[in-house]
Design a protein around this ligand. Structure first.
Ligand code: MF3
Ligand code: CO
Length: 248
């Protein structure tokens, strides 16, 4: 069942989302060659707690950190640690918060210093695919319109969308119904209504969309070792334009 949020619930999701956006803005400033992924995680956790929220990822199915940091061929769910960020890395940072019982979830991918033109294009196209999906999040549209918009945006520009991981409904729980694949058919799936809240999160690759999970049980990498990017926002369907809850 897809839950509808009341105005007071939406207000709490707005705050959860705002804190996520603040964290990602700080991470964007902090990331540089020489910084470790654990230092990024510490900044994320500290900032979340300082704002009166809780990191939703920490302890989720045993996940050990507040932040996911996924570098280059890592798609999602990279675990922070002693790894040092280098010039030329493509780094995805994904963070979630719980504020007064409601969740926010978002991710950005950033280029550290100079990266190849192809890597830069991958970033632009993944961010564009997310925007294309968000634009479909209007009352009267179907879930499949959102999925298809993301897929078409990425594939028509020569990239692939990851299929084993999806966007999701979000609210009191991080993962609520429905699952929102980054591929699909227009006109299919649930009808969107005001008060629905979703996390859309295209994961886009340069080569194959196939992935595998490393031995740590978490880190997802592309099967062919090529680059991947990931952007995510939590959004609300309204009577009018979609509201992006994780944008400052
Ligand atoms: N944004 C991701 C998701 O929606 C992050 C979850 S990471 C986990 O699934 F560690 F919490 F699992
Ligand atoms: Co998510």
């Amino acid at each position: 069942m897809i839950t509808l949020k009341s105005p007071s619930e939406l207000a709490r999701m707005r705050e959860a989302g705002r804190i996520v956006a603040v964290v990602l803005a700080l991470l964007r400033e902090k990331i540089a060659p020489g910084v470790t992924t654990e230092e990024l995680n510490a900044l994320a956790e500290e900032t979340i707690l300082k704002h009166g929220a809780v990191p939703s990822f920490k302890g989720y199915r045993g996940y050990p950190a507040a932040l996911c940091v996924s570098v280059n061929e890592e798609v999602v769910h990279g675990i922070p640690g002693s790894r040092v960020i280098n010039e030329g890395d493509l780094v995805s940072m994904d963070v979630g918060t719980i504020y007064k019982g409601f969740q926010g979830d978002a991710a950005i991918t950033v280029a550290v210093g100079e990266v190849s033109p192809a890597a830069r294009r991958l970033l632009e196209v993944t961010a564009g695919a997310l925007e294309a999906g968000i634009a479909q999040c209007r009352a009267g549209q179907h879930m499949g319109d959102v999925s298809a918009a993301i897929q078409n945006y990425a594939e028509s520009r020569g990239f692939s969308v990851v299929r084993e991981y999806t966007g999701h409904g979000i609210g009191r729980k991080m993962h609520e119904d429905p699952q929102i694949p980054n591929f699909g058919e227009p006109g299919r799936g649930a009808l969107l209504r005001p008060g629905m809240t979703f996390a859309l999160e295209p994961m886009v690759t340069m080569g194959t969309w196939r992935t595998r999970v490393l031995d740590n049980g978490w880190t997802v990498v592309t099967l062919d070792g090529q680059l991947s990017a990931h952007f995510e926002h939590t959004i609300a369907v309204t009577d009018d334009e979609p509201e992006i809850l994780t944008r400052l």
